[in-house]
Design a protein around this ligand. Structure first.
Ligand SMILES: [Zn+2]
Length: 491
């Protein structure tokens, strides 16, 4: 772009960058207009063609010092004035900034036709383009957690949860304090009670249709207003989303420092929402009675407090160790066995990668969370005992039919604790050798001999955020399944 040689020699360069040339061009145009001269008139005065001056004004050429002197003379200005690094006004500054922005590869990736910045482009439009570009830059350079950081943060958080038996008294207190203030007297929380929680915390609610797709809610901290959708978002009902938002506000969360901080805040906000919807006092007395009756059941907790099965199972893990003297585990997995969420303090060994991360790993096909998918009715409650290396667990798994995608939620306890639970009389019994590869992660030797090297499976992409794909030969593909499938389709 810069055709310097025509105008000046390398050694007496006045301009060190394109940016300088652009500023110079702006200043030249500004001073020319201020002097009331056209390009032709100024050209006449300095003995140059208007087209040459135009190249200068657009920052495409660099002037020799002799030309600079004549220009300064013709404009009643000085060379210093012409060469000042400061754009002559905001408009000029904007034009330069937007011109520069368009040279950024980040901007060019947008693949939009170049914006020609003529006189008719309003200053407001330039302000907008520049603001959007600066935000684009900010997001690009913002620190993004690597998958390794994400997995490590997850593993650390899980170990903290295990140490505390997944019970966090400060959050329980925050939830019970607010429930006291709105006169909650047990049972499921009505819409009205939840709204008055928001009111008590000083927030107004606005239900809107045009909430940005990437968010669950938006809180206007200046005017204390929370914007929400009316309809559910994936796994989350509007009341859960509202309570999670109120959780962030009540627990005094600040902008997360890093990914670990972000994750911790999200877990705490979810905990708060669950602690409000399934209040500690009411839930504990209900669960204690059920335990005394040897009739503990996640679905009862779900029904008594009108929450999702997942929230009921997860809430059970909050209260089980602290109040019922039970150790337990919780898993959420999809139909292919990929784990999305997991917790244990009962010694269950989850599959994990080298960093200790569980999310994204494929769990044993003989565990309840996978067996429920192969039972005759996947939406009925599935109970089973599973012998694992070192221990036997009793588990209840359930696939919530009201969700968009099928996930199994499993709650499990060590064998001896099954006596407190409904479903302990099940005859379902499985044996699992995992994480030993001969159990189910590796195809049986005979099958492998027949098919190894003779198959090219194409993996379905997993869309979840945090997890790495399981490290099979073909990432994300369950080879044992593929081989068995091929075998069954022979002859
Ligand atoms: Zn297995």
């Amino acid at each position: 772009m810069k055709l310097m040689a025509e105008f000046t020699e390398e050694e007496d360069r006045t301009f060190s960058s394109d940016q300088d040339l652009l500023v110079f061009g702006q200043r030249l145009r500004h001073l020319r207009r201020a002097a009331g001269l056209t390009l032709v008139e100024l050209g006449d005065k300095v003995g140059r063609a208007p087209s040459q001056l135009s190249l200068l004004e657009n920052g495409h050429r660099e002037p020799k010092l002799s030309l600079l002197r004549s220009l300064a003379g013709a404009l009643g200005s000085s060379v210093d004035e012409l060469l000042s690094k400061k754009p002559p006004n905001r408009r000029a500054e904007l034009e330069i900034a937007v011109e520069q922005a368009q040279l950024d590869p980040l901007y060019q990736r947008l693949d939009v036709p170049p914006l020609k910045i003529g006189k008719r482009v309003p200053t407001e439009a330039l302000e907008h383009v520049l603001a959007l570009y600066e935000e684009l830059r900010r997001r690009e350079t913002k620190q993004v957690a690597t998958p390794e950081e994400a997995r490590q943060a997850n593993a650390e958080l899980r170990s903290t949860m295990r140490e505390h038996g997944n019970y966090f008294p400060e959050i329980e207190k925050a939830a019970s304090d607010i429930l006291d203030r709105v006169d909650y007297h047990g049972g499921p929380l009505s819409e009205g009670v939840i709204q008055s929680i928001a009111t008590h915390l000083g927030y107004g609610l606005r239900f809107v249709h045009d909430l940005p797709r990437s968010v669950r809610s938006v809180t206007d901290l200046r005017n204390n207003r929370i914007f929400l959708r009316r309809e559910s978002l994936g796994m989350h009902s509007p009341r859960t989303i509202l309570l999670q938002t109120l959780g962030h506000l009540t627990l005094g969360h600040r902008q997360p420092r890093d990914f670990a901080d972000f994750l911790r805040q999200r877990v705490e906000a979810n905990y708060f929402a669950a602690a409000v919807l399934v209040p500690e006092r009411a839930a504990v007395s209900y669960l204690r009675q059920a335990k005394a009756d040897r009739d503990l059941a996640v679905e009862d907790l779900r029904d008594v407090f009108s929450v999702s099965y997942e929230m009921a199972a997860h809430r059970f893990t909050n209260l089980a160790t602290e109040y019922l003297d039970l150790r337990c585990h919780f898993v959420r997995n999809d139909e292919t066995g990929i784990i999305y969420k997991a917790y244990e303090n009962d010694g269950l060994v989850f599959p994990s990668d080298a960093t200790g991360a569980i999310e994204g790993q494929r769990m044993c096909r003989y565990w309840a969370g996978r067996q429920v998918f192969s039972s005759s009715d996947r939406y009925s409650t599935h109970y089973q005992y599973t012998d694992k290396p070192g221990a036997t667990h009793w588990c209840v798994a359930h696939v919530d039919p009201s969700r968009g995608k099928d996930f199994a939620i499993t709650l499990g306890v060590p064998y001896t604790e099954s006596r407190w639970f409904r479903g302990r009389d099940t005859t379902n019994h499985h044996r699992s050798g995992c994480p030993n590869g001969e159990c189910c992660q590796r195809p049986p030797a005979e099958l492998a001999n027949r098919w190894q090297g003779m198959v090219w499976p194409s993996a379905r992409a997993h869309s979840h955020v945090l997890s790495a794909l399981p490290s099979d030969t073909f990432p994300g593909v369950d080879e044992a399944d593929v081989y068995a499938f091929l075998d069954s389709h022979q002859g």
